[in-house]
Write a new protein. Structure first.
Length: 279
């Protein structure tokens, strides 16, 4: 579902020199037309083995090995992650999608072994109702530390669905018309916008598929004030509703190193209230 207007490929003046110097014009066209692109950056290729080793080590510290495993809140837990979030070609395309001053929203990982179930089709704009705005809310990149193949459980995607500006319906999730695998070599960065529909395939072969997930969002989604100094004991003694205003019941901002990932109860609650005005 390509966008027909040439203006869709326009790059902001502040960013155009970097896009051209890094040879990213074709990646821009792919993001506009398909909603995703695959980035090859020498910095990423050089870091990939270190990224993978650190993820596996930290996941093992979180808990015993299992079919689906992860290590969360990665920044600061190994020096390699500070380098990884600054890959030049990745940051240039993130700025194209979500603007100057993009903020790192999440740095987590997933480890999928043989038999891991597929991820349901979805858009990453999980916290927003449809229709999505014309400008992008967020961008997600997957760092491929093991070759992406269909039998290996790679990401699946329906190219062009980002122009629909909505979540897929239950029927669309079931049919998955137009679904294709993102096939990419080790060291690749797969980047997509928050509107495109994607999931992944079940892993059908031995071994592990280790991926680092990087989510960036617009600067305007950062809170003006930080209330993390108000602990749970303080909140418990406040009038009803304070916990809601501070987001203490939400999945967002609740991930800890110890949890290793999402609280499924908070995740479902947050998605439900974010997409609807119903209680």
């Amino acid at each position: 579902m390509p966008l027909d207007t040439a203006a869709s490929y326009d790059v902001p003046e502040f960013l155009a020199p970097r896009i051209d110097a890094l040879g990213l014009r074709e990646n821009v066209r792919e993001l506009v037309d398909q909603g995703y692109t695959i980035i090859q950056d020498p910095v990423a290729h050089a870091l990939t083995d270190r990224v993978r080793e650190a993820i596996v080590r930290l996941a093992e510290e979180t808990g015993p090995p299992r079919t689906g495993q992860s290590a969360a809140l990665l920044l600061g837990r190994d020096p390699v992650f500070s380098e990884a979030v600054l890959v030049p070609r990745l940051l240039a395309l993130v700025e194209f999608l979500v603007g100057r001053g993009a903020i790192l929203s999440q740095l987590t990982s997933s480890i999928r072994g043989e038999g891991a179930a597929p991820l349901v089709l979805h858009a990453d704009n999980s916290w927003f109702p449809a229709p999505f705005p014309n400008w992008e809310i967020m961008a997600t990149a997957c760092w491929v530390t093991d070759e992406f193949t269909r039998e290996g459980g790679c990401t699946s995607i329906i190219p062009g669905t980002h122009v629909l500006k909505r979540h897929p319906s239950e029927e669309e999730c079931r049919i998955q018309e137009g679904l294709v695998p993102i096939v990419a070599p080790k060291g690749s960065l797969c980047l997509w916008d928050g509107s495109v529909w994607h999931g992944n395939y079940p892993r059908e072969i031995p071994g592990q598929r280790v991926v680092m997930h990087m989510t960036y969002t617009r600067v305007g989604f950062a809170p003006v004030e930080d209330y993390s100094h108000l602990d749970d004991a303080w909140v418990a003694n406040q009038p009803e509703g304070i916990a809601d205003l501070l987001g203490r019941k939400l999945f967002l901002g609740a991930t800890t190193v110890e949890s290793g990932g999402a609280d499924p109860v908070k995740l479902r609650y947050t998605q439900r209230i974010a997409r609807s005005d119903k209680p």
